[in-house]
Ligand binder design. Structure first.
Ligand code: ADP
Ligand code: MG
Length: 435
């Protein structure tokens, strides 16, 4: 029986029971009175109706009062709840519409159900034109697999944060930082929220800083490299002169001359590769090879200050990592250069390369002037430099590049003893294992 029926039936039942009980009791009573006094009997007959009305009136009053009080109270509670709901809805709407990040609501298939004004800006057209379209339409091919994988993970309940290359409606390439969150209603994941921030300009500026810092590092290297190239040239010239004067061809001279030419070639090509403006490209690289190539150029600078540069290999064979060769070279050039600049006399720089667990390590240790704790706190800030002609960008760039490689860089230093830099990079994983 429905609730209103129940209430009405209860009132009806109470009314009938009281009525029947009243009739039975008063009839019985009036018979008793009639035996004693007819006058009392008539008086009783005349007043019992009034009594009845009065008593049932009171009972009905109590019952209806209780019911309506309860009804009004629950109606007020309902209104309050509705009000609260409206307020929280407005909260949500504010978060959605006034968010400086793009917010997209997606269903489980990745179709766009709603987007805020900033989201429209990222996609490049009003929402009505991409409503119900699948987000993959805007994601660049190289990020599709990664994105699908994350999407599936979020559908199991975990949030994910990552960077994504997209092509907007006008075919413009953009880089966005995305957070994916599950939308959980009644314990069920009905879709996702994608919160996206356009970091294209930020990335461009960062790229500019890295490449201009690189050019200044190369400029600095040039003098030392030119010097380094002059030495073999001098010896080449000597041998040629000797052979010309004696008019003989000495095979052992030729051997030395060839190796000198090779060295010049190696230094020049390293310099050329470094100077080239190349797209950032992450691929499988050998950390050992990268460091050795850097040493070809840095040895020239070390020689100028009479410092000794030594590599120690703690693990056999290549150390595979996933990285951008040129950017990593830039890191080692900056660090070794700092060490060389910190060295006073009898300088030595030791570079230890090893792999351990899931990581590759490069540890660069110098016996230079070192740093106190206060200085250590500031070295990663851009433009922090204690050198007369320093730019203070070297380490800022190193941090940026290592961060992009999902690695870590840490400094350990003691004044007058030296500085040790620890670099940690994740080892390369076969694509099969990655998925
Ligand atoms: N190996 C080191 N030994 C001592 N001090 C260092 C070393 N590496 C970095 N520093 C300190 O950190 C500062 C910032 O370095 P960096 O960002 O490369 O800028 P710059 O070399 O142009 O000064 C340096 O000015 C120096 O004071
Ligand atoms: Mg520096």
């Amino acid at each position: 029986m429905s609730h209103p029926h129940k209430i009405a039936f209860k009132i009806f039942l109470v009314y009938v029971i009281i009525g029947v009980a009243w009739i039975i009791v008063t009839d019985q009573f009036s018979i008793g009175i009639a035996y004693k006094s007819l006058q009392d009997y008539f008086l009783f007959q005349r007043t019992k109706g009034w009594f009845y009305i009065f008593i049932t009136g009171i009972i009905l009053y109590i019952m209806i009062y209780k019911r309506t009080a309860h009804l009004i109270q629950s109606q007020n509670e309902l209104l309050e709840k509705e009000h609260q709901l409206q307020r929280s809805n407005q909260h949500y709407q504010s978060l959605f519409y006034h968010n400086p990040d793009g917010v997209f609501e997606l269903d489980r298939e990745g179709k766009v159900i709603a987007a805020n004004p900033q989201g429209e800006k990222i996609i490049g057209i009003p929402f009505q034109y991409f409503q119900s379209k699948t987000v993959t339409e805007f994601i660049s091919k190289r990020d599709l697999t990664k994105c699908r994988k994350y999407f599936q993970e979020v559908l199991t309940g975990s949030a994910k944060k990552f960077e994504l290359h997209i092509k907007d409606f006008n075919q413009k390439n953009k880089i966005v930082r995305v957070t994916l969150l599950p939308i959980i209603i009644d314990d069920e994941i009905i879709g996702l929220f994608a919160i996206a921030r356009d970091i294209t300009n930020y990335r461009r500026e960062e790229e500019l800083m890295i490449s201009s810092e690189k050019m200044s590092a190369i400029g600095h290297l040039a003098a030392a490299v030119a010097h380094e190239v002059r030495n073999p040239l001098t010896s080449l010239r000597g041998f040629i002169q000797l052979m010309k004067d004696t008019n003989t061809l000495n095979p052992s001279y030729l051997e030395i001359m060839l190796s000198e030419v090779d060295r010049i070639n190696l230094i020049a090509s390293e310099m050329l590769i470094l100077g080239k403006k190349q797209e950032v490209h992450y691929k499988q690289e050998d950390l050992k090879e990268i460091v050795k190539q850097v040493l070809v150029l840095m040895e020239a600078q070390a020689n100028m200050v009479n410092a000794e540069l030594t590599i120690h290999e703690e693990s056999d064979g290549p150390i595979w990592i996933n990285g951008d060769r040129n950017q990593l070279k830039q890191v080692f050039i900056n660090l070794i250069r700092n060490s060389l600049e910190a060295i006073k006399e009898k300088g030595s720089i030791d570079i230890l390369l090893k792999k351990q667990d899931q990581y590759a390590y490069a540890i660069i240790k110098d016996n230079g002037i070192g740093m106190n704790k206060e200085r250590l706190k500031h070295i990663r800030e851009p433009f922090f430099s204690t050198k007369e002609n320093g730019t203070g960008l070297g380490l800022a760039v190193c941090y940026k590049i290592i961060e992009r490689h999902d690695g870590a860089i840490e400094f350990e230093s003691m004044p007058h003893v030296g500085t040790t830099v620890h670099i940690r990079l994740p080892l390369y994983k076969e694509p099969r294992q990655r998925s």
